[in-house]
Ligand binder design. Structure first.
Ligand code: SF4
Length: 211
């Protein structure tokens, strides 16, 4: 398997239950809900994406011909002082287009916990330690349980009630970014206060100015 990766970087997780935890982010190229081209946004299934996940051979980190090679590049970014539990967050685009059991195993052999941030429409290989599903309205979730469900809010056709009976350990509402961010944040706060099975997730990395 060749893995096409947009970028790999070491930072702090900025969202959800693991906010503040150091992690290596591995951003896979490509998504099954949008081509990534602005000209296609109107007809995309997911229309609010703010992530560049199109692979550009001129600037992006590249294609990895083996799980061993990719896991070593990730491992090299973790501090070599034996402190903390290494964490890799596989994101995208849609990481489950590429993340397979072989790569999960390679990360584990390097001592990493493996987290994934997925739209939940594709089956996940076994062995992932932290599954975070961020559902998109008008799609069918294939992954209905895991550690975290993080719903960008509000979404037309994606009311939080539709997800409340799924088997996740944590339920987060994350205000939709953009020109209505303030209003969306207030709405999310009110929703969480009225429905305390939900918690608020703010994108801390954007507030403090890290990746
Ligand atoms: S599913 Fe995620 S990566 Fe894909 S277009 Fe939507 S927000 Fe972007």
């Amino acid at each position: 398997m060749t893995y096409t990766v947009k970028e790999i970087f070491y930072t702090l997780q900025g969202e959800g239950a693991n906010t503040g935890r150091p992690a290596v982010f591995c951003r896979f190229a490509g998504c099954n809900l949008w081509s990534g081209k602005e000209s296609d946004r109107d007809k995309a299934i997911c229309k609010f994406c703010d992530t560049d996940f199109i692979w550009d051979s001129a600037v992006d980190i590249g294609k990895f011909s083996s799980s061993e090679y990719l896991s070593q590049v990730v491992a090299d970014l973790w501090p070599q002082n034996g402190l903390g539990v290494p964490l890799v967050v596989c994101t995208g685009g849609e990481p489950l287009l590429q993340l397979d059991a072989e790569l999960i195993n390679a990360f584990h052999l390097k001592g990493f916990e493996v987290a994934v941030e997925t739209n939940g429409t594709l089956k996940a290989p076994k062995g992932i330690d932290w599954v975070c599903v961020s559902p998109k309205a008008n799609t069918t979730l294939v992954i209905t349980e895991g550690e975290e469900l993080k719903l960008v809010y509000p979404q037309e056709g994606g009311h939080p009630d539709s997800y409340k009976n799924y088997g996740f350990d944590n339920f987060y509402l994350q205000p939709m970014d953009g020109i209505d961010r303030k209003k969306n944040t207030q709405m999310a706060i009110e929703y969480c206060k009225a429905n305390p099975n939900w918690r608020l997730s703010v994108q801390v990395h954007k507030i403090i100015g890290i990746r």
